[in-house]
Every structure is written in C-alpha cells, then in structure tokens.
Ligand binder design. Sequence first.
Ligand code: NAD
Ligand code: MG
Length: 415
Amino acid sequence: MAAREQVARAGREAETAPDRSGVDPGSPIRRISVLGATGSIGQSTLDLVARHRDRFQVEALTANADAAKLADLAIRHNARLAVVADPSAYEALTSALAGTGITAAAGPQGLEEAASRPADCVVAAIVGAAGLVPTLAAVRQGRRIALANKECLVTAGTLFMAEVASSGAELLPVDSEHSAAFQAIGMAEPDAIEQITLTASGGPFRAWSLEQLKAATPEQALRHPNWSMGAKITIDSATLMNKGLELIEAYHLFPVEAHQLSCVVHPQSIVHCLVSYRDGSVLAQLSSPDMRTPIALALSWPRRIDAPTKRLDLAAIGQLTFDAPDETRFPALGLARGVLAAGGAAPAVLNAANEVAVAAFLERRIGFLEIARTVAECLDAAHGKGLLRAAGSIDEVLSIDREARGLARSLLSEG
Ligand code: NAD
Ligand code: MG
C-alpha cells in the first residue's frame, strides 16, 4: 500500500522533490524522451510537442524496427538521439540520419541509453512487456515517467512500484482511465475512497453474440468505434482484456484494494473513470476520446497546456449510457480479475499468454474466442508447473515471461 500511496501523491510532492533529472531546473523548456515514438501514443505525444515548441524539446526517440519513420520523426523534432530496438535496423537508421548530427543507436543498450539520458520527462509508450526494462531504466534515473505502457505494472507491479518509490521518480498515468482517476482523486485521503470505476467502451463487439464472436476477423476487431490505437491494445479492447489489464494497473497506481476496483461499459467513451467517496460523492473526469488530453496532462502537470482535441458538446452527444460488462461473452475480464486476486506471477503469465495469443489472432492462426481460452489454459498449465510464485526480482519476472510465452506457444501448436 505504501508504494501506491506514494504514487497517488507523487505529483503533489513534485515541486519540493530533489531534482535528479540532470537538466537545468531554471529552464522553462522541458526535455522529453519518447520510448515507442513511432506508435500511436508516441505520435500523439510528438504532435503536442510540435504545438508547444516554446515548452518542449526532444531528447531521445525510440522505435522497434521502423528506421525510416523514426529517422523522419527524429529530424522533424530535432532529437539528439534515435534508437531502434532491433539491431538489424541500425544500418538503415544511421544512413537515414547521416549528416543530421543526430546520434543513432540500437539494441537493448541503445534503449537503455535513450531512457537514461537527462530529460524532464520520459514517455513510456512501448507496447507490451518489451517496455518493462527500458521504462525501469528511466525510473531508476528518478525522472518523471508519463506511463502509457500498462504492461509494466501488470507484469511487475509490486517490484516496479518499489523502484519508483526508491528512485523518487514521479509516475504520471497516461492511460485515459488512470489519468481520469488521478484527477478525480486529487488531494483526497486514501481512506476517503470507496470505489474506483473504470469505464470500458465495450469495443467493436459489444453487442455481438457468442456465435458471431466465434467468426470475428482481425479486420473487424481492429475497427474500434471510438479510439484510434495500436493493433495490440485495439484487440485487447475487443476482448475486454484491456480493461482487465487496467484493473491491475489501477491496483498498483492507487491506494485501494482489489475489491474497490470495478468497471462499467460506457459505449460513448466520454466519462473515463468515476471515483466514489465514503460520503456518497462521485467524481468523474470527462473528455472526448483523444489520448492527447491525458498525454498533455502527464507532460505539463501540475499545470495544463492546450490540447487540440474536440471539445465536449454534451447536448449534441445527448446520452451517456452505462451497462454491466458481460463476462460470459468476454471472459478475459474475469481472468484478469482472477490473476489480480491470485497475485504472485499470475498477472505476468496472463500478460505473456495474451501477447502471444493476440499475435496469433492477428496472424489468423486462431479465432477471436481462442485468445481468452489460450490465456486460461496457459494459466492452468503455469499453475501446474509452479510458475505462478511471486518473482523476487525483475530478472525473475523476465524469465517467467519467457517461460509463459513458451507455454502459450506450445498450447497453440497443440490446439
Ligand atoms: P503502438 O503499437 O502504436 O506503438 C508501439 C511502439 O512501441 C512503437 O513505437 C513500436 O515501434 C514500439 N515497439 C514495439 N515493440 C517493441 C519492442 N519489442 N521493443 C521496443 N520497442 C517496441 O502501440 P500504442 O497503441 O501506442 O500503445 C503503446 C502503449 O500504450 C501500450 O502499452 C498500450 O497499452 C498503452 N496505451 C495506448 C493507448 C492508445 O490510445 N494507443 C491508450 C492507453 C494506453
Ligand atoms: Mg485505457
């Protein structure tokens, strides 16, 4: 609980915290590094940075393997360092950056360098468990972390939060529901909070029958009604695994117990989270579904900056509706709730199996309903192998993650 309380309060104490960023504290310009710059969150971040050139300067940008896109962003945003995770893309990156003065690097050391460079804020926007090690490198520098990568908290929540507490890093959530909760909690005392309710759009299959879900294709699953996001999180939104991962994320970020976390389906994606208090009051945060709003807050907090998002016109929207989630058609949510209750390495196994299953679905090797089935089977198999014990170190988390991926792959090839 202590670590989670620390995060809920992280922002409040920011102004009195010792400055370990390595940048000039007197400068009004904030230096930003973006891990996962070529992705959906990365590009929304850079869109804001470009609109606020007087406030932000780019230090380092990273991508997985798309050297051309990364080089283009690095040049446009005048970055000092550009890093591809995939070493085979290094040559393409160096030639695209030749003569620009921007340093190129690759591989795990390159990512670590990008995360550790002096910066005021590191935006953690790599997708999946691949984001854990680079994000931790930034945490260990005591930076402000604008955290989009929820998988860090799902796979290694307790260890990750302990690192946040010991480094003095300032963790600000970017995930829209968690940004909303952060705002709705404000200065509240932890024991005043009764419930945190995350909203879920319900995804493209909200009203589909089990029979229809059986035949759902990647194209249909990728057509999210409200949000424009990377492929993995879009599939997670269609299975509702995303909401499950977000319950685990919220558990680590906020000072509540698992039973105080719930979710409700809200197809309009206007209300992002509701925080209920012991006096019966409920505070919610509303905005158009555009990630530039929570990203802007994480970059500028405790101040606010302009974000060019569609303004809310509630009269035009007309109705905001809410429904209970259906865990029969969307069993991923119940699986996530189960691993949150089980603790130990169960959330890391769930995440690894889900990453493998989502990739298999996108490659048309399994059907939509098999995503959650694979995750459930992998959790059972991992339990049988004694793989769900709590990890004592990040290295152990990484080894559990590898083992769980192997298990999930073998289940898929048997199936
Ligand atoms: P995306 O797929 O659009 O982008 C992912 C980024 O990570 C890309 O820059 C890619 O090059 C990089 N990357 C992928 N694999 C990598 C690897 N193995 N090593 C290093 N870099 C790698 O994803 P996204 O939608 O921007 O989501 C990023 C993270 O933010 C995810 O954890 C997601 O859950 C979270 N998030 C996204 C949104 C959203 O609206 N997109 C909202 C809330 C939270
Ligand atoms: Mg979210």
